[in-house]
Design a protein around this ligand. Sequence first.
Ligand code: SAM
Ligand code: SF4
Length: 472
Amino acid sequence: MPPRKLHIKSYGCQMNVYDAQRMADTLAPEGYVETASAEGADLVILNTCHIREKASEKVYSELGRLRAAKEQAARDGRGMNIVVAGCVAQAEGEEIIRRAPVVDVVVGPQSYHHLPQLLARAKTCGRALETEFPVADKFGFLPQPSRQAIRARGISAFVTVQEGCDKFCTFCVVPYTRGAEASRPVAKVIDDVRRLADNGVREITLIGQNVNAYHGEGSDGRPWPFGKLLYRLAGIPGIVRLRYSTSHPRDVEDTLIDAHRDLDALMPFVHLPVQSGSDRILAAMNRRHTADDYRRVIDRFRDARPDIAFSSDFIVGFPGEAEEDFAATLALVGQIGYAAAYSFKYSPRPGTPAADMQETVSTADMDQRLVQLQNLIDSQQSAFNRTALGRTIDVLFDRPGRKPGQIVGRTPYLQPAHVEASDAIIGQVLPVTVASLERYSLFGTLASQPASGEPSNHAATGGAQFQTTAGV
Ligand code: SAM
Ligand code: SF4
C-alpha cells in the first residue's frame, strides 16, 4: 500500500507542537507519512488553540479553505479526511460538528491515542466525536516515536511532564479544555528523555501548562517536585541543555532555585508570566500572588544564578483595568527588565468568570496600552540583545542557515546565532564571539574549533522546534 499523506497544522502553544508529533507517531503504523501541505493530503488535522477568540475563529476560516480542497480531492477520485483536534475541539465539539459538515472527526487533547479508531468510526458512521477526559493516562497509550522520526525532528525536543491546570485564573480556558493537573511518573519521563538522547537529541524542553507544579511519582513512591526531576534529567548522558515552560510564580519551590544554581545544563532563561503589575487586577484575575511576591521570586532566581534572564506574558485591558493599574504594569516591567515578553489584549472566553465581568475596557484603550507595553518590551529586548555584542557565548547548533555555509544555533537565551561553519557542528555546543546583531539574530565566529570525529547524526533539514509565540 502506498504511504498515506498526513498534514498537521498546529496553532498556539508548545503543548500543541508536542501533541502534533504524538499524533503523527500514533498514525505512522497506519501508513501515514507527514507532508508539508494540505493540498494532496489524505488526512488533514487542525490542532487548535482556544486561548483567545482570534485563535479559535482561525479554525473556522481554515475549515472553509479545506472544504474546497476536500471537494477537489473528491473530483480527483480520492478521499480527504479532516480532523479537528486540540482545545477548540474540546470546548466546542458539538458546535464544530454543527457548523462545519466538512469535518470527519473531532478529538479532544486527552484522546489522541484513539485517532485510528475514530477515523475508522467516521468511515462507517459518517463522523466521530470524542472529547471525554478519560481517567487513564493518555501518555501510557501513545506510541513512542520511531528512531527515524526523532532524528528527523532535530536536536531539540519537547517532553510533556505535566498537563492541565487547577489554578482557575478568571480569564483562562485551560482548566476547562485541558482538565485537572496531572503529572507523569518520573520513570516515564526518564525513559522518554533517554530514548531521545540515544537518538541524537541534545536539548530537552519540559512542557506543561503549569510545569513547575509537577509532582510526578518518583522511584521512592513519593511525589517529586519539579526541581528534583531536573537534577535527575541533567545526569542523562547526551543531554546538554534543559529548559522548561510554562512556570507559575506561585509554584517556584526551593529545589527549582537550587537546580538553577547547581545545574550547568539548566538554561538561565525562564518564562515566568505575571499578567499584570497591579495587585487589584492580579486579585481579580485570581492569580493568587501580588506584584511584590513576583518581584521576590525573581530575586530568588537572580541570587542563585546572576546571569539569568526572564520572559513573561501580559494581558492588557482585563475588566476593570484603570490607567493606574496599567501604570503599575509598566512600572513592574521597568523594574524587572525582560529579555522578551508576550502581551495580549484581554479576550473574553465563554464559560470563564471574567467573561461575566461588567467593567470592560474600551478597544481604543486596549490598543493604546498594548502598543505602549510592546514598545517598552521591544526596547528592553533590544537592549538585552545588544549586551551580547563582543561577548563569547555558548551556542547549541541545530540547523543549516538560509545562506550556503551558514549554520544556526541558539544561545542560552534562545537568540538565534549564525556562523560560517561545516554542518558537522550541528548538535554541538560551541563558543561564538558575537560580532553583529540584526534585529533578534546574532552573527559571529566560532571562538574554538569543533570536536573532531563527531559527525552530525541528523538530517540536515532537521530544525529546532522552538516557537517564539506565547508559551504553554
Ligand atoms: N499557565 C501559564 C500562566 O499561568 O501564566 C499561561 C498559559 S496560557 C496558555 C498563555 C498565555 O495566554 C497566558 O499567560 C495569558 O497571558 C494569555 N491568555 C490566556 N487567556 C487569555 C485571555 N482570555 N485573553 C488574553 N490573553 C490570554
Ligand atoms: Fe492555569 Fe496558566 Fe490558565 Fe492560570 S493562566 S488558569 S495558571 S493555565
